[in-house]
Design a protein around this ligand. Sequence first.
Ligand SMILES: [Zn+2]
Length: 1148
Amino acid sequence: MATTGASGVEVLLTTLQGAGDIESTLNILNVLDELLSAGTDRRIHYMISKGGSEALLSALVSTARCLSPNYTILLPLLHLLAKVGHRDKRIGLKAEKADAVLLVLSLLRQNVEQPQRAAACLWVLRVFCSSVSTATLLGENRGLDVVFQLISPHKLTQTHTVKAAIEAFAALLHSKANSRCAVTKGYVSALLKLYEDWHSKDTANAHVPIRKALLHCLHHATNTGAGRDALLAQGGMALLFHTTQFCSKANKGVESLMEFSIQLMRKCFPKCPLPLTSDQSVYTFPLPGMPASGQDIDPGAQDDSLEEDSDDDARNNDSDSREFLLPLVTPAPRAGSLCCYFSFCFCSPPFLTRTWISSLPTGPRAQLSQVPPPHLVRAALLLLMAALQTNRAKDDDLETDPDKLLARPAPDRPRQELGQYMHLCPELHHDFQDLDMHTEAEGGSDEEVFLNGHSGPGWGHISGESQHSPHPEKQAKPFPARSQLSARDFHSCYLSSPSARQDCQRMVDRLLDSHQPCVPHHDPHIYAAAAAHTKSVPGLSVLAFPDFWGHLPPPGQEPMATRKPNVQRKKVFEDIQRQLSPEDVIGRMVFDLEEPSPQCQTENLDSLRFYSKFESGNLRKAIHVRRYEYDLILNADVNCSQHLQWFYFEVSGMESDVPYRFNIINCEKVNSQFNYGMQPVLYSMREALEGRAHWIRTGTEICYYRNHFCPSKGAGPAYYTLSFTVTFQHSEDVCYLAYHYPYTYTALQIHLQMLEQTVDSRKVFFRKQNLCHTLAGNPCPLITITACPESRNWTYVHELRKRPCVFLTCRVHPGESNASWVMKGSLEFLCSSDPVAESLREAYIFRIIPMLNPDGVINGMHRCSLNGEDLNRQWIRPDPALSPTIFHTKGILYYLHSIGRAPLVFCDYHGHSRKKNVFLYGCSVKETLWQAGSMVNTNTLKEDPGHRTIPKTLDRIAPAFSFNSCNYLVEKSRASTARVVVWREMGVVRSYTMESTFNGCDQGIYKGLQVGSGELEEMGLKFCQSLLPLRMNTLLYSPKLLSHASTLLDLDHNQLNHKSHNCFEDDEPPCAEEIEYLGDSCPEHSGEEMDADVNTSGSDEEEEVEARNGLRHTSRNSCLIPLHTREDSFKPLNGKRTHSSVDGQYLG
Ligand SMILES: [Zn+2]
């Protein structure tokens, strides 16, 4: 029988197949069932691995095929097969192979009048359908019809069989062929009727599983377009909507029915294209070297539209694909670059050896490790060029190959080009003759001076006195009373006509006279003057009031919004009602960015008025949907059709104390911090004029969910709705709503200007220079800050020049305005008289590029620059014409590196929309190899652990900072970001991306609070403070400072034990209200549910029926085996064999 050493299960299986008599077969089945019921699923899986499914199938076939099949054996066999088959992924194929599929269908046909036998067959058929081909085979043999006839309207008996039939039917619909067939045969309508019947009659909710199984069938039937159309045509939406409105929420089972129904409705909700002529941005910008056709240069539909911030999305596609798809945008390498490259290599031998050897393929490298003869050098250089050309492809194993991680890539430009950057390091050539006068403009810099007549003494001082009145004329045109002030009064001022400007100026003066703004480092007049120089794609001429007037951090703490239960469900119901009652929808466009002027806005008095044509503004369309509800559509990034997240717009004409619902309907990301307590921000003009010039968090009933809209061209990625409700405080106010605290390019310009004027020029060396001009012609400021030398004495000047450099950049992603507030905090701290700031200036030269993407910020973009590219994916080979700010930033870094002054610290400030807290991404070879699961032995690798010092300090001193969220992984998908390129190419160990949340913190003293601009500024200050420990040993401090710093920097005694974890993953728990993102998803039954069904078969309600057949069940645990076997209860199979030609053919 069984071979020696075989397990008990194997012995049983072999015996089962060889058993001749009923009694021993039953005994074996009984033992098997006991064995499998007692343990966990592991026993069943073990049995499957030992051929259990095949043995049961073979026993089934031989039993069922005989002339009068013995149901005493068949029934327990079917039950056992259902239990085992449910855990066997290949059961369908095995059944087909054993010729068991149609055999069971035939058994079912013969037993439609025998509820228990029918149920057993149905369970088995259901598990067979786990294979789509098996389901299709059954469908081809009229399986759908046979099964469906066992599904009855509401009744009180034999519900187990009905449930088994519905579930088998649902399983059959796994197959798309069956699903289509079911639609054609009208089963969708029949299923809806059945659902309605069970729903209305099952008032006691005794048969929720049956109702759920019917929904399950409908889910499968609507996996095809025809199925969804059928459901809509048969009034399915109205039926489902109706049934969900009157469900008792107390019952958990009913709750799951509701969830299921809602998912079904959302799935069948007809897709609605956005009401746009094109998904392309309203703004196009002709690129150098490109036809000015405004064609979409979006790099492929799915590229990184859903991508997270620079350094935080594991799904991000790297730049390879973009470059590949964009031959027009990335021009061919400049002529002559090869020879330049060669000359560079030859003129710097140490560099050559390092670079070239490490870049070579391993073969030649071995030969070249000794001093090579010249002909070999040339050969090697040729190899190197080839290697460079395939550099990208070779980086595929960047994360696991220490040689690649350690290799320093060749520079992207010849060394001769670097000299031009010397003038951008003003301390290197400044002679400090002006130490006493300090008013002279820096040689070689081309600072923009915006004062334009406002630069009288005192403008730059931030005392509270009202000293601004460069426009003393008290004028002719009466200024509207404050109560009548409207958005348009303000707008009209900044329209292009000069006379209007004059009126405006007068209005502004009056405003400023009557309501003194007192925002530090901000002045409305200077703002307005500076804004006139800001170059935008649409030629913006209107100022948004908050930018003009200024913003003060809100005085109180702003807790994260608590999410009410079922808020999303409520919103979805409201959306579905639009489809059910289209007559209730107003559907009127009330704002369109493409309309040329604000005067074109609707004059409709019963509607809100919207506006967004100002710096950083983003709102493309507003549609009045219901009395207090508006759909809003965002504008894609310039020259793109994607990157929709940032918004900033004005709203006016409101009534107070009325909840207005706003839906931003073309968001792209699959999830959002708006589901986790984040609120948008609001600025009220009235409040500001009353002295409360704050952006504040606002909004209730906030949720973010997938909607029924699609791109205007009809196909493409799904859109998501951000829905929030705002109750305005004042009627007829002018308010502004934004994704986050706005920070415009103009705001940066005046901030720098006022900082420059307020710093103590005897102590602080502060230089604002122009790094380069952007594509649109805006200067990109570069700031140098350090301490002035004590005197012009050579020793002091020399000491200054050899200070290490800290290089900070920010706002490469224009939608990340939070990063700008952090940078504002850093800048103000570094210019302050704080003793730590003084020490920092004495310790370092700070080079700061506070806005790497001014054009993106100005034009209200979220991700890209005007060339439609993510600038933080351009660092490997930035194009001088298309990405000038990156090209020149890298140029300075190359220059510093070439003179042996590569930065000690590099940090690029970003915002993170999916995570809480503030954290750093750094670079570590060891951590990368560990996290990437490399087999390389890292013990032999020596690595400077310096990359962890700053995060450790920040964890101690910065309340918003989370050390646990930091990561030092060098991902290949981020090989072209600033952080990785500066680390690899310039050898900067402390090269970071700092990510700041848009939402708030889940740890520390800010736990549960949203960040305000104040907390972000504090973070910028703390980042600077954390730099001090790096130079503790090299600087002499005053005792006062030492005591100050030692509390700050008490590092050695408190070693942190945090383990870094991979924070590229989403760290949010599932949303309190489960979010259904995939229309097709449909929860399947667990093995336990199936067991419960099988085990309770024939119990309770069916007992009566079965009792007539004399069937009884054995143990509680296993109900498979009838206690008494009676021949008379089994009907021969052959009685109905000839009824079906299919079965006949099969069985005959
Ligand atoms: Zn970013």
